[in-house]
Design a protein around this ligand. Structure first.
Ligand SMILES: NC(=O)c1ccc[n+]([C@@H]2O[C@H](COP(=O)([O-])OP(=O)(O)OC[C@H]3O[C@@H](n4cnc5c(N)ncnc54)[C@H](O)[C@@H]3O)[C@@H](O)[C@H]2O)c1
Length: 330
């Protein structure tokens, strides 16, 4: 029997603190070789061309995660026209399976898990990159759903002394400030110009941009830059000025997101990647950065993180007898 869990079930069963811990263990598993995570496959629904005309793409993201002994797949996409219609940009579902016998054990809303784990990816990466630090300052581009979970997750690991935010829509940045300021230690400043937000120990871009708005001169020494959006937020010169490059999944990062065009042009290859988050988590590699280093960190998002979080959620649902079940085999 597969347990069916809707978004409110998922929300009641997992906190951001849990997700940060789950990701930490799962990155370690990636580094130790107990996670299997093929690169995601993309179904283009008009995201990069005129047909079909839905301005969307949807990814299949299968994984097996050893520490929860669970296999699964997330089917998740982004619909560009949704926010204007009051619908969330991200839509996702996760299907879990018992790896011993192929019995489906759970079908879960994947949107909340996607949002939480996307924030937690950055928080856990920062923990590996700033192991001595207790507090950080942040610059944030994009005051949307992911901008909020980035902030919440980092606030679980560090105290945030200051956050500077820029959004194409100033009213979105102002809403973000009102909502998120009570959740962090420091002050949130809404920036009128984008370069004013490119300041902090970590600078995060989490927008729908495809035009490479982030300039080389904004990537200051001593910064970790996280291009988290799915397309092209940073100019090539900005990306190429990094002293170190850290990613979550090499093959995937060379075929999608920030590094795609540079990889296609042969300007970034597998050899350009200094470490994966899995290697940092498992301690098999270290980044020996100086205070002036520019570090580019790209957690493009892996199915393993979704499967691990979903597996913990499912386990808790079983314990608490949340038992809307469906037998697909009848
Ligand atoms: N890396 C990952 O694992 C991962 C996971 C989920 C989503 N994403 C990506 O994150 C991005 C944001 O998703 P979301 O759910 O927060 O969307 P959202 O619609 O909730 O928010 C996006 C915000 O970015 C703003 N924006 C757009 N272009 C901008 C620009 N050039 N400068 C500043 N602000 C700009 C918009 O006004 C909006 O407020 C998408 O590209 C999505 O695909 C990545």
């Amino acid at each position: 029997m597969a347990r069916l869990l809707c978004r409110s079930d998922v929300e009641s069963l997992i906190s951001m603190r849990d997700v940060v811990e789950i990701l930490d263990k799962t990155y370690r598993g990636m580094g130790e070789g107990t996670v299997i995570n093929p690169a995601k496959g993309t179904l283009d629904l008009g995201e990069s061309g005129p047909f079909p005309p839905y301005h969307a793409d949807i990814n299949s993201m299968p994984a097996y995660v050893g520490w929860v002994d669970t296999a699964g797949i997330k089917w998740a996409g982004g619909w560009m026209d949704n926010p204007a219609q009051g619908l969330p940009y991200v839509s996702a579902i996760i299907v879990l399976v018992n790896p011993r016998n192929g019995i489906f054990t759970g079908v879960l809303d994947g949107t909340h898990i996607t949002n939480m784990r996307t924030g937690a990816q950055t928080a856990v990466a920062l923990k590996y990159l700033y192991p001595e630090r207790k507090s950080v300052t942040l610059g944030l581009f994009g005051a949307g759903v992911q901008g909020r979970t980035q902030t919440e997750a980092i606030a679980e690991v560090f105290s945030i002394d200051e956050l500077r935010v820029y959004d194409l829509h100033p009213e979105a940045a102002e809403r973000f400030r009102r909502e998120m300021e009570p959740k962090i230690t420091g002050k949130i400043t809404v920036c009128a110009r984008p370069e004013e937000a490119a300041v902090g120990d970590a600078v995060i871009t989490v927008t729908h941009a495809k035009d490479g708005f982030f300039r080389k001169e904004w990537f200051a020494p001593g910064t970790v830059l996280f291009p988290m959006g799915s397309y092209k937020e940073c100019r090539d010169e900005a990306l190429l000025s990094a002293d170190f490059i850290v990613v979550d999944h090499i093959a995937q990062c060379l075929h999608r997101g920030a590094l795609k065009e540079l990889a296609e042009a042969g300007k970034i290859t597998e050899d350009s990647i200094d470490a994966t988050l899995g290697e940092l988590a498992a301690g098999t590699k270290k980044i020996t950065a100086s205070p002036d280093s520019r570090i580019l960190c790209i957690p493009i998002g892996t199915g393993a993180m979704d499967v691990a979080v979903a597996s913990v959620v499912l386990h808790r649902a079983e314990e608490r007898n949340i038992d809307q079940c469906f037998d697909f085999a009848l």
